[in-house]
Each structure stands twice: as C-alpha cells, then as structure tokens.
Ligand binder design. Structure first.
Ligand code: GLY
Length: 353
C-alpha cells in the first residue's frame, strides 16, 4: 500500500495550495457534507487552483453512508466531467472521508484523493491509514477497500467549532493510542483538562496520536497482525454501539469505544496482568468524562450476540486486543461467554449502573 503524507498544518490554505500543485490533475472536486459545506468550505474555496473546483455535497450523518450516496457521488463526478486524471478532496468527518475515499478509489478504477478531516475522530483515526467504505445491509463499513489518501492535511483550528461530545468522541481514540504506546503519553492524556480545552496543547497531542497510528499502519497496512492493536476497546465498544442503535438511542462511536476500553482493560487485568492501578485511573477518567452506558443483565445475551457477529472474529471465536501493560500489546486474545458475562458484571459494578 502506498504511503500517505500526513501533515499537521499551521496554515491549511498554504499547505493545501502546495499539495494540490504536487498532485498532478486536470480537475479538482471537493466533497463536503451539508455541515462542512457551510462551516469549513469557506476556509479553502478561495485558494488559487481551487476556485474552479467542482463542489459535491452529500447529506451529513452515518445514516447516509450508503450505496445510494456513493452512487450519487459517482454520478456527480461523471456529470461534472471528472476523468481518471482528476483529484478529489474530502472535507469532513469520518463519514465523508470514508465514503469519499471509497468513491475516489473506485471511480474509473481509482483517482487520487486528499483528506481534510474536520472532526477530532477523523483527524486521529478515520482519515489516516487507508480504510475506506460504506455501511451495507445494516452492517457498518461492510463494503470498502484499503486505499490511502495521497495526503491527509490536519488543521486543528477546525476543532474550535466542534461540539464537546464530538471532541470527547475523538479523544477516546487518542486515549486508545495512549494505552497502546507509552505510559508518559497515556498519563499526559489523562491529565488533559477536557472541560477547559487548551487547543495549542490539543494540537500537540493530536500530532503524537496520529504518529502512533501511522507507525502501526506502516508496519501492517492490511491488518494481518499488529494493526489489530487499534481494535482495543472496539470488540465490546461495537456491541454497545449496536445495542444503543437497536434501542433507537445511538451513541457517538468514541463514547462506545471509551466504555469498551473499560471492559477490555478489565480483561487485560485478569487475563494478561494489566496493572490494577492503571485500570483504576483509566476507568475514573472515562467515568468522569463519558458518563455511563447503562444496561442490565437481561441484555447480556444480546451484547454477547453482537460480539459474536464482529467482523474481526475468526471461526466464531470472539477476538480481543488486550494489554499486559501500557504499550505491551497482546493481539488475538479470546474469551468465553461466562468470562464475557463476568466482564459485563465488572463494568456495571464499577461504573455504577
Ligand atoms: N480504525 C482502526 C484502523 O484504522 O485500523
């Protein structure tokens, strides 16, 4: 897989003008959703070279990450004269970068694209590492390809207008990166004041977080081994997300991951010796900032069912990524139903639900 250039931009206008020059193209197309068209496009549309760009706009939200939306993007590209030498720029959160990346990677067998993530979740996770795709048949990210953007341009000034829940949602993936990297980075993340955000400091933390993800993706772009480290918190997190959706109370992805981290660090403690004090400190941070996802023991079977359908499983065995210590990654761990129910008991007792 070709390596992508990830640039933390002091000035998105300059960086984008230069990047657009570097990528040879006949026409440029900018994909936005309704929110980023109004709030973020004005930052870049006057850049020399982009004034003539075709603007494509899709409806915002994960519910629109569909085959129909994808087809509408292909249709607009075709109608507006895109060729296999055109360049696409995806301006938005993870939904836009995932769907736009997939649209670009398949249009006329693939055109280059640049990601400009505008949410914290997209900056530290979705836009980096080449996973693209759409939801299909009720399953998240069911259809897609590994196909990296040529460039990912990250301007953390976009975060200043992001609401607090979406900051927290992205921050959960940063916390995950802290847990799989070093004790000092993990401690720095726990000490960051989420209620009074220092955006300069946040930019430094974002840069470090992205570097952690890039290093892992470079070693294992197709998730055969060490990239599974990035799944920490996600086996249980996806089950929480699915349960919430089934009850028509969707939760933000990062919140579900944070609650999933509580469960999977508990497993890490009992199965591979993750230190109890670090478990306690991480749980306290998550409880204070993310609150609690409440459920009772009548929902254990449903949660277990969701875990058995996780696409990371092989031969029906539920796959977890655990930690023996911060940075000591143990991929391909499993747990049986009884252990999973005990873990859910731990979660409810510790979180107080
Ligand atoms: N979001 C996890 C990964 O990119 O592998």
């Amino acid at each position: 897989m070709s390596k992508q250039k990830v640039i933390i931009c002091p000035n998105i206008q300059e960086n984008l003008a230069q990047t657009a020059c570097e990528c040879s193209h006949d026409k440029i197309f900018i994909l936005t959703d309704q929110n980023t068209r109004d709030c973020c496009l004005p930052f870049i549309e006057h850049i020399p070279g982009l004034k003539e760009a075709g603007i494509l706009c899709i409806e915002a939200g994960d519910a629109h990450k569909t085959l129909e939306t994808l087809a509408s993007v292909w249709t607009s590209l075709g109608n507006q004269g895109a060729t296999r030498h055109s360049l696409m720029i995806n301006l938005g959160g993870g939904m836009v970068t995932d769907l736009g990346g997939f649209a670009a990677s398949t249009f006329k067998r693939g055109i280059p694209y640049i990601n400009i993530p505008t949410t914290l979740l997209a900056m530290v996770d979705a836009s980096v590492g080449g996973k693209t795709g759409i939801n299909f048949n009720g399953l998240k990210n069911e259809i897609g390809v590994f196909s990296p953007a040529t460039h990912v341009l990250i301007d953390t000034r976009f975060l200043q207008s992001l609401d607090h829940p979406n900051i927290l949602s992205g921050y959960a993936e940063m916390l995950k990166h802290g847990l799989i990297s070093t004790t000092s980075h993990w401690a720095e993340l726990l000490n960051f004041d989420m209620n009074q955000i220092d955006y300069g400091k946040l930019q430094e933390l974002v840069a470090l977080s992205v570097q952690i993800k890039e290093d892992i993706v470079e070693q294992d772009p197709f998730e055969k081994g060490i990239r599974k480290a990035l799944n920490l918190g996600h086996t249980v997190g996806h089950a929480f997300e699915s349960l919430a959706l089934a009850h028509q109370h969707p939760v933000l992805h990062g919140y579900a991951v944070a609650w999933g981290i509580v469960c999977e660090l508990y497993f890490s403690h009992i199965k591979v010796g993750f230190p109890k004090e670090k478990l306690r400190q991480t749980v306290r941070f998550i409880k204070e900032n993310y609150g609690v996802f409440a459920f009772d023991c009548k929902q254990y079977d449903t949660l277990y069912e969701f875990m058995t359908h996780d696409k990371k499983n092989t031969s029906g065995i539920i796959n977890f990524t655990l930690l023996g210590e911060i940075g000591d990654i143990r991929i391909n761990q499993s747990a049986n139903k009884e252990e999973i129910f005990e873990m859910l008991d731990f979660y409810r007792e510790t979180m107080g639900c």
